[in-house]
Design a protein around this ligand. Structure first.
Ligand SMILES: *Cc1c(COP(=O)(O)O)cnc(C)c1O
Length: 223
């Protein structure tokens, strides 16, 4: 058995049922993805529009692609209609653009709102107050071709487990406060994507129902 397949099966056996595994295949070739596909994996994550576009063309049509990278506004038109879920909506401007391009293309885009709680300034996402304000003023109501399915977040990149747990707890609190607010009338707002190779166990402990795991399955990436 190949090591990629072995890694996948090992990770899958550790993830509790009810938690969706996104196998993050960015920078890895189609052959590595096919090894996972043959072991039953159907959900893969990519972070660049060009790479995702090429892989969509080359690989089986029943793969559900998740876009997880920072999406530049000039790439939105090229992307819409391809991913099953865009996990990384990090500004209202980007959300509005995804919506207008989806409407033009005659598709409905499913998205997660990315929230920024990590200590690094380099990470993208809505600040918590900004995101809560977006929902409080019902910014979602004017969307015509976009369905907000939940929230994605990342913890600080640190060995300090307490800090990581605190970050995930914060993201989960924001998620719950929106999902549990029945006055918003949201439907299908039911996804909390957090946790990567190094920290997914902590994320699941704090309530994640989707984890995005790359290097623990595919090995190191060579950028
Ligand atoms: C690359 C990436 C991952 C996967 O990271 P690993 O540490 O390789 O598991 C998860 N989420 C996002 C947003 C990423 O860009």
């Amino acid at each position: 058995m190949s090591s990629v397949k072995e890694n996948l099966l090992k990770v899958r056996s550790q993830i509790p049922s009810g938690v969706e595994l996104v196998a993050v295949s960015k920078f890895h070739p189609a052959e590595a993805i096919m090894e996972c596909y043959e072991a039953g994996q159907r959900v893969f994550g990519e972070s660049r529009v060009q790479e995702l576009t090429e892989k969509v063309k080359a690989l089986p049509p029943d793969i559900r692609w998740h876009f997880i990278g920072h999406l530049q506004t000039n790439k939105v038109r090229q992307l819409v209609g391809k991913p099953y879920l865009i996990e990384s909506v990090d500004s209202e401007r980007l959300l509005r653009l995804i919506d207008s391009e989806s409407e033009k293309a005659g598709v409905v885009s499913r998205v997660l709102m990315q929230v920024h709680v990590a200590k690094e300034e380099t990470k993208f996402g809505f600040y918590p107050e900004e995101l809560l304000d977006f929902f409080a003023r019902r910014g979602f109501e004017s969307l015509k071709a976009t369905h907000i399915c939940g929230i994605m977040g990342m913890a600080s990149n640190t060995d300090d487990e307490d800090r990581v747990r605190e970050d995930f707890r914060r993201i989960a609190e924001i998620y719950r406060s929106i999902a549990d607010d029945s006055t918003l009338g949201l439907r299908g707002f039911d996804t909390l994507s957090m946790g990567m190779s190094g920290d997914w166990r902590i994320a699941v402990g704090e309530g994640a129902d989707m984890v995005r795991i790359g290097s623990a399955i595919f090995g190191e990436r060579h950028y």
